[in-house]
Ligand binder design. Sequence first.
Ligand SMILES: Nc1ncnc2c1ncn2[C@@H]1O[C@H](COP(=O)(O)OP(=O)(O)OP(=O)(O)O)[C@@H](O)[C@H]1O
Length: 324
Amino acid sequence: MITVSDLRKTYRQGTRTITALDGVSLTVPRGSIHGVIGHSGAGKSTLVRCLTLLDRPTSGSVTIDGRELTAVKDSEIRTARRRIGMVFQHANLMDSRTAAQNVAHPLELVKTPTADISSTVARLLDLVGLTGFADAYPSQLSGGQKQRVGIARALASDPDVLLCDEPTSALDPTTTDDILDLIHNLTDTLGLTVLIITHEMNVVKRICDSVSLLEDGRVVEHGRLQDVAARLDGKLSRALLPLPAHSPGGLPALELLLAGDIASGPVLSDLGRRFDLSINVLAGSVENLADSRFGRLRIEVSELAPVDEMLQYLQSQGVAAKVA
Ligand SMILES: Nc1ncnc2c1ncn2[C@@H]1O[C@H](COP(=O)(O)OP(=O)(O)OP(=O)(O)O)[C@@H](O)[C@H]1O
């Protein structure tokens, strides 16, 4: 379990104080994947640096499985960092070393016996789907394969936590999905706790159990994926289930959010039949998130439609709805 409590980081620039993290708190339950999503400048890199103690936070704490990392003395930082496996945007491999030698590097640093290194490296390359690539140099590997080596290297020190900093931002969509699936499978197989820093909503959609939205150094929204997706006015829900901008026409328009079984049901035909009116769908977005179906729809109804009654009816059916 990762617990980040009220983490603050300020930088001095001449006479100015820049607040990069302004009281960030989040919890990642053991064995789950949490995404931190934010635009450029939100504080993502600063958060990564503070979590890995590359930068000391100004205040606040980071605790992993009950051990407060932020309380560790400078002389013990290297050892403490071994509990966190880091996966970077660009795999950051050493070009002069083969895949196997890159994965072996963290083990060599702590003077692991050579026989143990060989068997661990072979097991890890196997685990990330790179059997047969042990002797390949980074220049002979695709972007996705390099990232697999990076993941194997992150796992070499047998960490409790995997911290992934924009792990797929440099990859094409298909490779992105393969790498995300690998991280997901490893989480299950090894019981890892994973924190993924990203600016891509697709990463959150595909593998995160929970998510925090970082803006100007603060977490402005957070929760389990199925909970944030179900918030009609939530920023995360809008990003997960996007609709094009609404340009109001002459007719009343409603926005609906359907979650779970309701999203697969005949909501619109029931609504039309009950109020004896026709309904036009103006825009819609449907996704499977956290094993549930979610839909956000914008519909248009006739001028004389009893909008308030319709909203009440929809709410009674478990559909969040409002005038668009
Ligand atoms: N060493 C530093 N000195 C001064 N200001 C800094 C420093 N590092 C970050 N900042 C500021 O802190 C804020 C957060 O920056 P950070 O790099 O963490 O954002 P980010 O979300 O990672 O952005 P990006 O996605 O573009 O990398 C920004 O306003 C940035 O200018």
